[in-house]
Design a protein around this ligand. Sequence first.
Ligand SMILES: Nc1ncnc2c1ncn2[C@@H]1O[C@H](COP(=O)(O)OP(=O)(O)OP(=O)(O)O)[C@@H](O)[C@H]1O
Ligand SMILES: [Mg+2]
Length: 237
Amino acid sequence: MTTPALRLVGLDAYYGLAQALFGLDLEVPKGSVTVLLGRNGAGKSTTMKAIMGLVKLGRGSIEVDGRAVNGWPSYRVNHAGVGYVPEERRVFAGLSVEENLIVGTHYPVASVARWTHERVFDLFPALAGLRERLAGQLSGGEQQMLTIARTLMGNPGIILLDEPSEGLAPVILQQIAATVKTLSAEGMTVLLSEQNVRFATYVADRAAVIERGKVLAAGPMDEIASNARVRDAYLTP
Ligand SMILES: Nc1ncnc2c1ncn2[C@@H]1O[C@H](COP(=O)(O)OP(=O)(O)OP(=O)(O)O)[C@@H](O)[C@H]1O
Ligand SMILES: [Mg+2]
């Protein structure tokens, strides 16, 4: 067995005194596109925040490429090669598109520096013509692309995308889906959360179904999608 990109074992997480993850187990194989499925409030975002050191942890462990990262601050997890695109898009509104990319540029020690502005603009041609534009003036879809683009400039080996399709027009959604496929084809590990089942089944090769802070079922996307119980409860659009 090769070491998974991410391994969460028996993880508990809290917001203050309120527990949100209850012994959550998750493995994200290297090079996979793994999707977290689950209803509103199930714990998808909390799982990502736990990986990024943004919620209080209790019992359990988190490993990135076999290395325990429990208790690490976000920037350290990030420097270990994990890029994070949160639910709420975060662009620097007062900076231009190009300046946003500069701010995001980082070279984690262990990885080869691969992303350049040119490569990012090849991936998101829609942004190429907007280099000088202030990020705050972009549409929602453009801001989503810029957030992903800026995260890529940190040269992560693993990228966490929290509901990347949310609120996007179909044409933008297609572009984001194509982007995920391209990143995956280049060997990047992707963990995303999705409520859009069509998007999830199109991009992901593995799925984990979360309910009330626990993983109920996990495995290859086609197995999860054909599991009647899972399908009835979570995959009905
Ligand atoms: N900042 C917070 N403070 C307190 N409780 C929170 C906070 N954020 C989330 N929770 C709670 O933690 C649980 C898991 O929420 P989480 O945001 O992880 O769900 P989700 O699966 O991402 O849902 P959604 O699909 O709505 O984004 C929910 O019960 C939620 O109410
Ligand atoms: Mg969420």
